[in-house]
Design a protein around this ligand. Structure first.
Ligand SMILES: NC(=O)c1ccc[n+]([C@@H]2O[C@H](COP(=O)([O-])OP(=O)(O)OC[C@H]3O[C@@H](n4cnc5c(N)ncnc54)[C@H](OP(=O)(O)O)[C@@H]3O)[C@@H](O)[C@H]2O)c1
Length: 386
């Protein structure tokens, strides 16, 4: 772009009718800055160390480029991954860092090459925001496996003023249009937010396993991901058995449609279910006895780990895996086409997360509740409180 020279804000607004070249809406100050290709002020909550305590923080987003959209965030929900990453469970981090990759809002500005979105559209952003590739034509549907993909927070991003991508616990976000999805009108924005990570992460392995009527699916760990896994599998006709360590979740889990609930307060509780499942999805976020849960899958069945413990490490038992020749894998979110698919599917079939709306100043309390398994089942931050 030629228009990269910083403009005085008042001067810009005066000239904005022509300066934008028709590319952008100029109804908000940030949209005006976007039109001027200037960095965009944002306000949110950031981690500044590994303590797991976030603080209010003002920062600059990268300037909008031709293929980008600017989204005014309305809601961002809390994923356990936010907590893992900010606490350094997955490796050292650059701080300040704004977490959040379940993001919904309204498009406030679009770059001049954007055709998929227009100002005023409802849009969602999940775990990916950009690519280092100029042309995306050759990118397969599984963008999460591309080495060029920029994930939503903490990823090196050359043109970000902070040097890394900054996530969605904030007032706005700049994202390459390819990495945003449309949020249909028949789902509330706050209900759509958790679908951008918890939804796609559980939908994708279920679809890969061709979940269908009568299939026996296990879900281990009933938090944000787990409660979506149950509801999606049930909506596809599967018979779901949920494995929880929280006895007080049983009634909720039954309401989500699970046929059976096992409260795993003693490993012996697993024994009666050995060899009973076609597919198990484990969302458990810390070390656990993987072998005991693998034994629940039928010979040649599938076990998919989506929980991501510290250092991403899990201890598996070779004999346990061989005993049923189980297909053991781990799965990372899902591609953009499939993310749009799960959002549409959940809107169409009213497969919705159970959410609790919180203010920004309640984030730290909410994080603690997630860690001690008290979330029921996804906290959604009202972005107007940032
Ligand atoms: N693979 C991916 O692409 C992907 C995407 C998003 C998230 N994740 C990961 O998935 C995991 C779950 O995320 P989430 O947001 O759903 O977390 P969450 O809301 O905290 O739910 C996790 C559930 O696992 C159970 N649990 C927690 N700690 C446990 C422990 N020490 N031992 C046994 N069970 C335990 C609890 O369920 P019960 O009370 O029912 O036992 C808890 O509610 C995290 O590790 C996250 O990083 C992965």
């Amino acid at each position: 772009m030629s228009d990269t020279k910083p403009l005085d804000r008042r001067e810009f607004v005066k000239r904005s009718g022509t300066a934008a070249g028709g590319a952008l809406l100029l109804n908000t100050p940030v949209a005006a800055l976007a039109a001027a290709r200037q960095t965009i002020p944002s306000r949110g909550y950031a981690a500044i160390d590994t303590s797991g305590t976030l603080v209010p923080w003002s920062f600059e987003r990268r300037a909008l480029k031709d293929n980008d959209i600017l989204i005014d965030i309305r809601y961002a929900s809390i994923c356990h991954s936010d907590i893992h990453q900010m606490k350094g469970h997955w490796g050292p981090q650059q701080y300040p860092q704004v977490p959040g990759h379940e993001i919904v809002g309204i498009v406030a500005a679009v770059g001049k090459s954007v055709t998929r979105f227009k100002v005023g559209d409802r849009a969602g952003v999940g775990c990916m925001v950009n690519s280092r590739l100029e042309q995306l034509d050759g990118v397969e549907n599984e963008e999460q496996y591309s080495p060029d993909t920029v994930f939503t927070y903490g990823y090196p991003e050359a043109d970000s003023p902070t040097g890394i991508s900054q996530g969605g616990y904030a007032t706005n976000i700049v994202v390459r249009d390819h990495f945003a999805v449309h949020i249909p009108d028949h789902i509330r924005l706050q209900d759509a937010a958790p679908l951008l990570c918890a939804g796609i992460t559980t939908y994708s392995p279920l679809m890969r396993a061709k979940v269908r009527k009568g299939m026996k699916v296990g879900v281990a760990g009933v938090g944000g991901l787990g409660h979506m896994a149950i509801q999606i599998a049930v909506s596809k006709g599967a018979e779901v058995t949920a494995f929880t360590t929280s006895a007080d979740k049983v009634a909720d889990i039954q309401a989500f449609g699970a046929k059976a609930v096992v409260v795993v307060d003693d490993p012996a509780k697993l024994a009666p279910h050995q060899g009973s499942l076609d597919l198990m999805i484990s969302t458990i976020p810390y070390q656990y006895d993987v072998a005991a849960y693998v034994a629940l899958v039928k010979p040649y069945g599938t076990f998919t780990q989506v929980g991501m413990p510290e250092r991403f490490e899990l201890t598996v038992n070779a004999l346990g895996l061989s005993a049923s020749r189980v297909n053991f894998n781990a799965s990372l979110i899902g591609g953009m086409a499939e993310t749009q698919e799960v959002v549409d599917y959940c809107a169409d079939h009213q497969v919705l997360p159970r959410i609790e709306i919180i203010r920004a100043d309640e984030i730290n309390t909410a994080w603690n509740k997630v860690v001690i398994k008290r979330a029921r089942y996804r906290y959604v931050i009202d972005a107007s409180t940032f």
